[in-house]
Write a protein that binds this ligand. Structure first.
Ligand code: CA
Length: 304
């Protein structure tokens, strides 16, 4: 009888342990009442092998859920935005497509059909649209969905391997078009622009006071063949009231407080643009793609 009771207790413990260990949804979309149902009902079924692969890529040193803290280069941050692109479609809880808008100097336009998810990665592409007789490229943003002043912003990106267009991870903060007050009331922060696959150019920059006669900017370029190696690299930016710092693969690349440091919330953008800055474009290279593995944003823990 005693053995039977012990067995029952053991079985009960096992079942309790099992329920505690049930996997949680580690793909953290920004909480958003608009689209709560999609995160639950449309999750694609995965094979056991795919589950194992997912488990392998979880980095336990990183915060996995919104609101969790993470130490980045000696500072405590709270995770405020995370998209691992692990669903089969772009999460509208996190992103919207940038509206169609003629870009740069070769008449390229942003178009939702050039953005999709493939195998756990966001894919932005460039095509030549025969019907529209122009280049089309992918572009998404968090405008009105996620906007934040200050913190740490990071993406992991595999940049393009052909010339003719550039890829960018950037932010629009406050009213960039507002002339006066320098960049304090509005600044475009270019966390990275991989602007030329022939020269291996990477740019970091700030723009403020509009884009016309009062436009001001400051930036820096590097030429880094290693970043065009077909692998993913991390591009990050720390923004505090004292200034901005840009990092690639965790290494400090540039610091600036030009424009006086913006104090207004901003949204993130991931875009491709066709233009002469990127060199000549060859139709035979298209479609061409850029992939993003994840995007993360954090707020300083002491500002929460
Ligand atoms: Ca201004």
């Amino acid at each position: 009888m005693k053995k039977l009771i012990l067995l029952l207790v053991f079985a009960l413990c096992l079942s309790l342990l099992g329920s505690c260990a049930a996997p949680s949804n580690s793909d953290n979309s920004q909480p958003d009442s608009k689209n709560d149902s999609e995160t639950v009902t449309d999750t694609p079924k995965k094979t056991d092998n795919e589950k194992e692969e997912d488990e392998e890529v979880i980095d336990e040193t990183r915060a996995q859920n919104l609101g969790e803290t993470e130490n980045i280069m000696g500072e405590e941050y709270v995770l405020t935005f995370l998209d691992n692109f692990s669903r089969s479609y772009l999460s509208t809880s996190n992103w919207e497509y940038c509206p169609e808008w003629e870009r740069a100097d070769r008449g390229g336009k942003w178009d939702p059909k050039c953005t999709y998810i493939d195998n756990g990665k966001l894919v932005l592409s460039v095509i030549y649209d025969e019907e529209a007789a122009c280049y089309k490229s992918g572009a998404i943003r968090t405008k009105g969905i996620f906007e934040q002043a200050y913190g740490y912003f990071e993406c992991s990106m595999r940049v393009q391997n052909v010339p003719g267009f550039w890829s960018a991870f950037w932010m629009m903060c406050g009213n960039v078009g507002s002339v006066g007050s320098d960049g304090v009331d509005g600044t475009e922060i270019d966390i990275m622009e991989a602007f030329n696959a022939q020269t291996y150019g990477i740019n970091h920059a700030l723009h403020w006071d509009g884009y016309n006669e009062h436009h001001k900017s400051e930036g820096t370029s590097e030429y880094r063949e290693d970043l065009y190696d077909g692998n993913f690299h991390t591009y990050s930016m720390r923004w505090s009231p004292e200034g901005y710092k840009w990092y690639i693969d965790g290494e400090l690349m540039w610091e600036s407080s030009a424009g006086g440091v913006c104090n207004q919330p901003g949204y993130m953008k991931l875009t491709l643009e066709v233009g002469s800055w990127a060199g000549e474009i060859n139709l035979s290279d298209l479609p061409a793609t850029v992939e993003v593995d994840y995007v993360r944003a954090y707020q300083f823990a002491d500002k929460q």
